[in-house]
Design a protein around this ligand. Structure first.
Ligand SMILES: Nc1nc(=O)c2c([nH]1)NC[C@@H]1CN(c3ccc(C(=O)N[C@@H](CCC(=O)O)C(=O)O)cc3)C=[N+]21
Length: 286
């Protein structure tokens, strides 16, 4: 068997075209476009690529975007003040603070400072809490993008054995909540899990977000499984790879996401989705 590809790049492009149409029509009737503020602290080269990607996408779909590049030694108080400014700015619908932050800054403090209605990353405790009680508001972009990709391929997760590898606040945990909401039976594995291979072998749906290249071997994949790889690593030859041995996994899986072109572009699409959602609610009551 050779797996069918879950093409995140194609779906992301299609979703973006829909947002572009909606924004163009709204602006033609005199409404302001959606506004996204992206804050980057310091100059992590990998982060700069994502930030540049987000800016480019905003431009493409007619969204207003402001980008703040702050020096790595900015204080927590200064960063807080900038978030307060965007919280109060009526032209801004979404605020994203690029993570990770330098060690002297608290990510938790800044995430809680962003108004939950402008938290387009979906990381605020209020938004995570709402997802946990089955009342999703703004949903974390990567897990939301994975769900959109599965749903578009008409894959019904009801009753499936789903295994999530990785328990981070930004991917693994909210991913597990999304899968639970979709009716899967969910296992979350993490760094203290004893027999990762045994869990992976049972998975009808496997989502890997561990940040370790080659962690999941192709021969661990259950024949016919759905494999979603959230990992992204730059290899020595300059190419990108994920956490799963793609070639070997694709021999056994029914569906698989490529890296690049899988989950990454969907993360950006859902960031745009969240910003448009936030904007719709804000322009409707202004
Ligand atoms: N507050 C915050 N929110 C984030 O959403 C966030 C963050 N911080 N910090 C960094 C990570 C990483 N991330 C990616 C988004 C898109 C691609 C993406 O588009 N990847 C392309 C390849 C891009 C390339 O060629 O380098 C792909 O997989 O096809 C990758 C990674 C968002 N992050």
């Amino acid at each position: 068997m050779t797996a069918q590809i879950l093409d995140g790049r194609a779906l992301s492009t299609a979703l973006q075209a829909g947002f572009a149409d909606e924004i163009t029509s709204a602006v033609a009737t005199g409404l302001r476009p959606p506004g996204l503020a992206v804050i980057q602290v310091g100059e992590d080269p990998a982060s700069s690529v994502y930030v540049a990607n987000k800016r480019k996408t905003c431009e493409k779909i007619g969204m207003y975007s402001v980008s703040k590049d702050l020096k790595a030694d900015i204080s927590q108080a200064e960063l807080n003040a900038l978030v307060d400014e965007y919280n109060a700015d009526p032209s801004i619908d979404g605020i994203l603070v690029q993570l990770p932050l330098p060690a002297h800054l608290s990510a938790a403090e800044i995430i809680e400072r962003i108004h939950p209605d402008k938290d387009v990353d979906g990381f605020h405790p209020e938004n995570i809490g709402k997802l946990a009680i089955r009342q999703p508001a703004l949903r974390p972009c990567t897990p939301f993008g994975v769900m959109k990709l599965l749903q578009t391929a008409k894959l019904d997760l009801y009753g499936m054995e789903a295994v999530v590898v990785g328990a981070s606040n930004i991917v693994g945990r909210p991913m597990a909540l999304e899968l639970l909401l979709a009716g899967a039976t969910v296992t979350i594995t993490h760094r203290f899990t004893r027999d990762l291979e045994a869990h992976v072998r049972r998975a009808d749906l496997l989502v890997v977000a561990a940040g370790k290249p080659g962690l999941v071997r192709g021969d661990w994949i259950k024949p016919g499984a759905i494999v979603v790889d959230v990992g992204i690593h730059r290899q020595e030859d300059g190419s990108l790879c994920g956490d799963v041995d793609f070639a070997a996994a694709a021999e056994r899986a029914a569906w698989i996401t490529p890296v690049p072109g899988g989950v990454g572009p969907m993360t950006i699409a859902m960031l745009m989705h969240n910003t448009v959602q936030s904007w719709r609610e804000r322009v409707a009551c202004s």
